[in-house]
Design a protein around this ligand. Structure first.
Ligand code: HEC
Length: 205
């Protein structure tokens, strides 16, 4: 009897130990899918607010299409499905898929936090930067090395407050921004060659 309850306890303990990592893996994967969608798939699917949803049979048909634009998803059925679901969310709600993130109080992102918002290979970035009210702001970027980047600052209604290409000097880029409408905003960066973003700061003027 005693042995049996000890074994039961061990099995339970084992289950508890197993569960948390499984959850956290899912969490990071989901943020990753949203970043992939909002950088790679967004080139064609951004602001597709048709309300017309794609059904499960179109998921099977669209697998090849998804892999053409994101070959790293091959063999990862869950990732393909998440990308498909994110597109459906955008179509239904006419909005970016929500991400579990908090905006730093001083609007400074650096170090490891930034790693969460990038695609592995191309180092495209997509960062929810929180609520903004109308006014003039400045985006300050620090990069790993000098490179040309395309920067977008997009409102929750998919309007571009910034849509421009910049060449960094001394690894830095300084962008004046005029925000005309209140709401949630998103920062997106496409570098010409993969480059790490070391620091992002947004100041109010
Ligand atoms: C170069 C443009 C382009 C890119 C990049 C792109 N797509 Fe598409 N996608 C299309 C076009 C065009 C269609 C067909 C018309 C439509 O349904 O919007 C389509 C259709 C789809 C469909 C089927 C929709 C339906 O109703 O049957 C899915 C799902 C899809 N894309 C997902 C993705 C995902 C996920 C990515 C990123 C990995 C991606 N696409 C990247 C252009 C693109």
């Amino acid at each position: 009897m005693k042995w049996q309850s000890i074994i039961e306890c061990l099995v339970l303990l084992g289950l508890f130990l197993l569960i948390p990592p499984a959850f956290s893996i899912e969490d990071t994967a989901f943020t990753e899918s949203v970043i992939i969608f909002n950088t790679i798939c967004a080139k064609c699917h951004e602001a597709q607010c048709s309300g017309r949803l794609s059904f499960d049979n179109s998921f099977k048909k669209s697998t090849n299409h998804i892999l053409r634009y994101y070959v790293q998803a091959s063999g990862k059925h869950w990732l393909q499905k998440e990308l498909f679901d994110i597109l459906n969310y955008m179509k239904r709600k006419c909005a970016y898929y929500p991400m579990q993130t908090t905006v730093p109080l001083k609007r400074i992102w650096e170090g490891e936090i930034l790693e969460k918002f990038t695609t592995l290979m191309a180092k495209n970035y997509f960062i929810p930067i929180g609520k903004f009210t109308p006014g003039t702001y400045r985006i300050k970027l620090e990069l790993e090395r000098d490179v040309k980047v395309t920067v977008h600052l997009i409102s929750e209604k998919f309007e571009m407050a910034v849509e421009e290409c910049y060449q960094s000097t001394d690894r830095r880029i300084n962008i004046p921004v005029l925000i005309e409408e209140s709401g949630d905003y998103y920062f997106r960066m496409y570098p010409r060659e993969a480059v790490k973003l070391i620091r992002l700061e947004i100041t109010h003027q």
